[in-house]
Design a protein around this ligand. Structure first.
Ligand SMILES: *Cc1c(COP(=O)(O)O)cnc(C)c1O
Length: 387
């Protein structure tokens, strides 16, 4: 079966009611028939569920669908994207190890890398999204992992997965890719040689702004180590959220196609606008890594970034003059969202620190929703008039 079909058809065993849609498995623990049954489960001799911190049928259904979509061997679903990121570091790295991270990664990931990993003797160095071939120079004898996102947040730089994965293989280093922005229906890092893939399911995977969730996917022996770490430390995905997310996966492919076609239409319409000095969308020929984007992505995704020539004050005026788009700290929703990183998510950085990760004072990021494309574009054009 095609992974798109699997995302719809994979189901945990039906109960006696023969329900068509999978029910929710809202239970903290599971019962055993007798002492022998219980002994075998605890001895890992059976696949029986024991306790929902370890496993749960609804969480497993979501995990199995994600495994199919990403072309992974195994996965472990977590409460949030950040717990997936953190578990992938803590389960696989130890004191004395070195990690290379692209500097253009999610803000909370930067905090984990800067503030917490050094407490455990894990060394971190940063490389630039602009030149992946230069990452080789950062590799040291104790380098264990390369961590990256593509497209990046919020600048939408595209990093060549082929180049980085070859580098990782050559030096026997794990490649860990946060695939949140693209989703597996658009880009499959494992096909390009990544060892691990991370998601914040909170974003496009839920796609309706309802629940938090995350997942780590990859090779069986790596996921087993992550599973054992999580089973003991407790970042399990709630069975309710797993039910929501498993349902969401049934429509992920069609949703992402529309998000992307709306985004492409809007990107084309805004490119060259008098108030905009540059605009980035991976599937526009003007994108600096357009050739890489079309090689590794099926479509350009649902995010657009552009820079207002008027800088910081224009960015604030743009937000203030939107009538429909939401001002909210999220992305990947049916509702279109606008954000201005320099005055919000990245306001605590200095201008030089922002510039180092390609965040200019007038940078606007749009998460293009599923409203009619004319309404989204009309709202953006109206706000641009006031900048
Ligand atoms: C939101 C996000 C995360 C963190 O996910 P949460 O579910 O909010 O914990 C990680 N990576 C990227 C790229 C994100 O956008």
């Amino acid at each position: 079966m095609n992974p798109i079909t699997k995302a719809i058809r994979i189901q945990t065993d039906r109960t006696n009611e023969m329900e068509h849609s999978t029910p929710m498995f809202l239970t903290s623990s599971f019962c055993f028939d007798d002492a022998e049954d219980m002994r075998a489960a605890f001895a890992d001799e059976s696949n029986d569920n024991i306790y929902s911190r370890f496993s749960n049928p609804g969480v497993q259904e979501f995990t199995d669908k994600m495994v199919a979509l990403e072309g992974a061997e195994a996965g472990y679903a977590t409460a949030t994207g950040m717990s997936a990121v953190f578990a992938s570091f803590m389960a696989l790295l130890k004191k004395g190890d070195h990690l290379i991270a692209c500097s253009s990664v999610f803000g909370s990931t930067i905090t984990v890398l800067n503030k917490y990993l050094p407490n455990y003797g894990i060394e971190v160095s940063y490389v630039s999204a602009n030149d992946p071939a230069s990452w080789e120079a950062a590799i040291k004898p104790n380098t264990k992992m390369i961590y990256m996102e593509t497209p990046t947040n919020p600048g939408l730089d595209v990093i060549d997965l082929d180049v980085v994965s070859k580098l990782a293989k050559k030096h026997n280093v794990l490649l860990n890719v946060d695939n949140c922005f693209a989703t597996p229906v658009n880009q499959r890092p494992i096909d390009f040689g990544a060892d691990l893939v991370i998601h914040s399911a909170t974003k496009w995977i839920d796609g309706q702004g309802r629940v938090l969730g995350g997942i780590v996917l990859g090779k069986k022996e790596l996921i087993q180590q992550i599973y054992l770490f999580c089973r003991s430390t407790g970042p399990a995905l709630s069975p309710f959220n797993a039910w929501v997310l498993s349902k969401s996966l049934e429509t992920l492919d069609v949703r992402m196609e529309r998000h992307a076609s709306n985004a492409l239409h809007i990107a084309k319409a805004l490119e060259g606008h008098a108030k905009i000095s540059w605009l980035k969308y991976p599937f526009l020929p003007s994108h600096p890594q357009h050739a890489v984007a079309v090689k590794q992505m099926k479509n350009g995704g649902g995010l657009i970034s552009f820079n207002l020539s008027g800088g910081l004050e224009s960015g604030r005026a743009f937000l203030n003059n939107l009538k429909m788009l939401s001002l909210t700290a999220n992305l990947g929703d049916t509702r279109s969202i606008a954000s201005h990183p320099a005055s919000t998510t990245h306001a605590k950085l200095t201008e030089a620190e922002r510039a180092a990760v390609n965040i200019t004072p007038g940078l606007i990021r749009i998460s293009v929703g599923l409203e009619h494309v004319d309404d989204i574009l009309g709202d953006i054009l109206g706000a641009l008039k006031q900048c």
